[in-house]
Design a protein around this ligand. Structure first.
Ligand SMILES: Nc1ncnc2c1ncn2[C@@H]1O[C@H](COP(=O)(O)OP(=O)(O)OP(=O)(O)O)[C@@H](O)[C@H]1O
Ligand SMILES: [Mg+2]
Length: 218
């Protein structure tokens, strides 16, 4: 699947301040892409727009030829659940559900629990969490929680994974584990786009976008 961003702009407030200015690029097919820039340069705003979580002020976001800015909320929910995985600095796991239940959540929404339970267990095993299957998130370390969030993001075999500072709350060992997982899944044809402040992690990407004042500078 190809993601095509064209002349994307976002402004906030009145009088409007431009936060993203004329951003265009194309990405897809297992790309491994970092988004960097100073605090306030517009990284999160751009990531939310290209991942359909936020609306642009102008410009378009096309995925496989479909202008996703034109989809209804219901269509968007379905589209995201099928094609996109999300990972944030803080994981947003559901505290009262077990590891397995959290990982399975997207399948429950899609009414595909039975078909996906095997994959859920596989992912949990791959991320070295099999012993924690029936634990609650609060009983896990930060790195373990983030791996649960990644397993959940990958459950539906998404075409895209969007991550905003996924290693921001982790120590360097766990940060590296997360980056290695990302690199591996991008080789399995999932496009991974991640925001990071860590220059070493940013360099691991095969493609790098750097923002300055809402524009691409590299
Ligand atoms: N909902 C909003 N309303 C008004 N201004 C906003 C809103 N969201 C973001 N901004 C502004 O847009 C600019 C870019 O914000 P954004 O969160 O995209 O930056 P960022 O590059 O992700 O920064 P950080 O590295 O600190 O996370 C900032 O100046 C911010 O204050
Ligand atoms: Mg941000």
């Amino acid at each position: 699947m190809k993601l095509r961003v064209k002349d994307l702009c976002k402004s906030f407030g009145s009088p409007p301040t431009d936060v993203i200015r004329d951003v265009s690029f194309e990405v897809g097919g297992g790309e491994f892409m970092s988004l960097t820039g100073k605090s306030g340069s517009g990284k999160s705003t751009l990531l939310y727009m290209i991942s359909t979580l936020d609306h642009p002020t102008s410009g378009s976001v096309e995925i496989d030829g479909v202008d996703v800015t034109k989809l209804t909320q219901k269509e968007l929910h379905r589209f995201r659940n099928r094609h996109m995985g999300f990972i944030f600095q803080f994981h947003y796991l559901l505290p009262e559900f077990t590891v397995l239940e959290n990982v399975l959540m997207p399948a429950v929404k899609a009414r595909e629990e039975a078909q996906r339970i095997g994959r859920a267990r596989d992912l949990i095993a791959q991320f070295d969490l099999s012993e924690k299957l029936n634990h609650l998130p609060g009983q896990l370390s930060g790195g373990q929680q983030q791996r649960v969030a990644i397993a959940r993001a990958l459950l539906m075999e998404p075409d895209f994974v969007f991550a905003d500072e996924p290693t921001g709350a982790l120590d360097s060992v766990n940060g590296k584990i997360v980056m290695d997982i990302f690199e591996r899944i991008s080789k399995e044809k999932t496009t991974v786009i991640y925001v990071t402040h860590d220059s070493e992690f940013a360099e691991k990407a095969r493609r790098k976008i750097r923002l300055k004042d809402g524009r691409i500078v590299r």
